[in-house]
Write a protein of this length. Structure first.
Length: 292
C-alpha cells in the first residue's frame, strides 16, 4: 500500500566511478580487492554517506537529505520540502547541493577516481528498503548517456533553476547558475553529444584559498594591509597552480594506461575541459596544461 508520507518530490543524483566494472573483472589478488575497497570508501566519504560529524548529520536532517551507497555507486536525494527550504527557499538549497556534488567530484579525482553521474528532479518514494523513483530512473539514464566523466543535469533541473524566482535575488554579475552549470556540444569518440554538467573545475577553483599555516600567519604580521592582501593572493595562486597541475597529471596518467580508444576519448575530452578552465585560475601557468 502506498504511504503518502514516504513520497516526495526533489533532486536526485546517481553517481558512480568510471571504469570500476572493468577493474573488478581484472581483480585477481587480495591487493586488487583492497584497492577496490579503498575506491568505494573514498567515494562514500566524498558524498557524505553515513557522516560521523554531528554538524553534518544535522545538515542532512535539515535538508531531508538521503545518501545511499551501492558498491561503487552513490545516490543522493534532496526533497524540495524540508526545514532548510522553509527558511531559505528551494533555489539556494538545490544550488548548495549541486555545489557539494561538484566539490565531491573534484575531491575524488584527487584520488584518481573519475566520476560520471546524472541529476534529475522528480518524485521519490522510499519506504525502508523499498525504493522507487522517477528522478532516480532519469538520473541513471542520463549517467549512462553522458559518455564523459562529468555529473550531468537534465533539462528539467536546468529549467527549474533557470526560471526560479529565487534566481532574481542575484544581480547579473553574481548570477550563480552560469558559473555552476556548463553546456557542452561536440563529438566524443565519433559520437555527437550535447550535455549540461556541473562545472566542477570552476566550482572547486573558486573555493581554493591561501593556506593559513602558523608560518604563513607569522609572515603576515610585519606587512601592511595592502602587502598582506598581495601575499595572501600569491599563496592562493600557488595553491591553485598546485591543484590544477595535479589534476592535469592525473588525467595524463589515466590516459597513458592503454585503454580502448572509446575510453581514451573520454580522458581526451576531460583534458580539453581542463585546458579551457585552468588558464583562468592559474595565470596560464604552462605547468598546469594537460597534454594527452
Amino acid at each position: 500500500m502506498l504511504k503518502k508520507s514516504k513520497l516526495s518530490y526533489g533532486l536526485t543524483a546517481f553517481v558512480d566511478i568510471l571504469g570500476f566494472g572493468s577493474q573488478v573483472i581484472n581483480a585477481n589478488s587480495s591487493y586488487d580487492l583492497e584497492e577496490l575497497l579503498k575506491c568505494i570508501s573514498q567515494i562514500r566519504r566524498a558524498f557524505e554517506h553515513n557522516p560521523k560529524n554531528p554538524s553534518d548529520k544535522e545538515m542532512h536532517a535539515a535538508y531531508g537529505k538521503s545518501v545511499l551507497a551501492f558498491s561503487d555507486s552513490v545516490i543522493v536525494n534532496v526533497p524540495l520540502a524540508s526545514e532548510m527550504t522553509e527558511i531559505g527557499g528551494t533555489f539556494d538549497a538545490l544550488m548548495s547541493e549541486l555545489h557539494s556534488m561538484a566539490f565531491a567530484q573534484a575531491t575524488c579525482i584527487e584520488h584518481a577516481l573519475f566520476m560520471r553521474g546524472g541529476v534529475d528532479l522528480n518524485w521519490w518514494y522510499r519506504d525502508g528498503t523499498t525504493l522507487v523513483s522517477k528522478s532516480l530512473a532519469n538520473a541513471y539514464a542520463l549517467e549512462g548517456a553522458a559518455s564523459v566523466p562529468v555529473i550531468a543535469v537534465t533539462d528539467r533541473v536546468y529549467s527549474f533553476l533557470a526560471n526560479h524566482s529565487g534566481r532574481a535575488a542575484y544581480s547579473d554579475d553574481y548570477d550563480p547558475l552560469p558559473s555552476m552549470i556548463r553546456e557542452y556540444s561536440g563529438v566524443v569518440a565519433g559520437k555527437p553529444i550535447t550535455i549540461r554538467h556541473l562545472d566542477y573545475l570552476s566550482i572547486f577553483a573558486r573555493e581554493v584559498d591561501w593556506t593559513p599555516t602558523p608560518t604563513n600567519r607569522k609572515a603576515l604580521l610585519s606587512l601592511s594591509a595592502e602587502q598582506k592582501d598581495q601575499q595572501m593572493e600569491a599563496w592562493r595562486l600557488e595553491n591553485l597552480r598546485y591543484w590544477f597541475a595535479g589534476h592535469a597529471r592525473t588525467i595524463e596518467h589515466a590516459h597513458s594506461r592503454g585503454h580502448p580508444a572509446s575510453i581514451q576519448a573520454k580522458y581526451e575530452w576531460l583534458a580539453e575541459y581542463h585546458n579551457e578552465v585552468a588558464p583562468r585560475f592559474t595565470n596560464a601557468d604552462p605547468a598546469c596544461v594537460c597534454v594527452v
